[in-house]
Design a protein around this ligand. Structure first.
Ligand code: ZN
Length: 325
């Protein structure tokens, strides 16, 4: 729709005298110009950036981790009409969870992940879809979408400059399945479908290209097989299980076996498959009870999550995210 950093939208309402076919419209000429993306930078560690009307929050960090939180927002401005198709369910308390993780990193290790939050309610913007479905033509929602990704891109650029590689964790929450069953496992998405995961390790390693995953960079770096990284002893899911948070895929739950499972959405694809960057993206779908429901459970989970992530990244890349100067 536009290809310059300046967005200029000019609606000229024809007067009735111009054409009998033009509906009567008394609105004044509307001339809206957004600030250039990035004009609120440079983005400094320890500072906070809010985007236009605080629809998006960006906390720059100093370790090779980005937490993106697309579905936890609750702002419903009247300038953005409700989306008319697609999913509109809020992932409750995922912003609070992301902040708890950020706080745990800082309080205990004096480091911070990069955190990018969409504060708009999902009825206004779905920040885990392409812009067409995400914003559905509303220019203010499109602006928030652009800011959300501008901040993530800025974080990714800084991380790859400083660490050569990095991780985006796209944070979500899942609820009761349509059949009434509540799966208490964290669903970890690498873009491989449930059907892909239902295969044997041998089949996966011989027939599924790492190009089709969102952890291409990690598989290359670690010298582990794909199946090992998905559900071996040092896979993310197994490290969750070791910390007593059940997860899928993992050693104990190698595949969904036909059950409901989310393999990763737009953000996981966008940041996990771009070969111009040595970067990985993983979608995390957290259950609500005992993990993100209360401040106490979020705090307890945050302490485990930080250890899990530290071990995961150090094992496979050699980077200790808790010992960054
Ligand atoms: Zn979600």
């Amino acid at each position: 729709m536009y290809n310059s950093s300046k967005i200029l939208l000019l609606f000229i309402f024809l007067t009735i005298s111009c054409s009998k076919d033009t509906p009567s419209n008394s609105d004044p000429i509307l001339d809206i110009e957004f600030d250039e993306l990035g004009s609120d930078g440079p983005y400094l560690y320890g500072e906070t950036y809010y985007g236009r009307k605080s629809y998006v929050t960006y906390y720059p960090g100093n370790i090779p981790i980005i937490l993106s939180i697309p579905h936890g927002g609750d702002i419903s401005p009247s300038e953005i009409s409700n989306r008319t198709y697609g999913v509109s369910v809020t992932d409750s308390n995922t912003i609070e969870l992301g902040i708890a993780i950020r706080n745990y990193f800082f309080s205990n290790y004096n480091v911070r992940p990069y955190v990018v939050i969409n504060n708009l309610k999902r009825t206004k913007l779905d920040a885990n879809r392409d812009i067409v479905e995400a914003a559905q033509g509303n220019m203010y929602a499109e602006r928030a979408f652009d800011e959300f990704h501008y901040y993530i891109n800025s974080a990714r650029e800084e991380i790859t400059t400083n660490f050569n590689t990095g991780f985006l964790f796209d944070i979500h929450g899942h609820g009761v399945n349509p059949d009434g069953f509540y799966d208490m496992r964290t669903w970890i998405g690498y873009l491989l479908s449930g059907d892909d995961l239902d295969n044997s390790d041998n089949y996966i390693d011989q027939n599924i290209s790492i190009d089709n995953t969102s952890i291409y960079s990690l598989v290359n770096t670690s010298n582990k097989t794909l199946s090992n990284l998905l559900r071996g002893p040092n896979s993310l899911g197994t490290l969750f299980e070791d910390a007593l948070y059940t997860a899928l895929p993992s050693s104990n739950s190698p595949s969904p076996e036909g059950m409901r499972y989310f393999s990763g959405g737009y953000n996981t694809f966008l940041y996990g498959t771009n070969r111009n960057f040595d970067f990985n993206a993983i979608q995390l779908e957290f259950p609500f009870p005992d993990l993100r429901d209360t401040s106490q459970s979020r705090g307890t989970f945050s302490s485990s999550f930080v250890q899990i992530i530290q071990k995961y990244i150090q094992t496979h890349t050699g980077i200790d995210v808790l010992l960054i100067d």
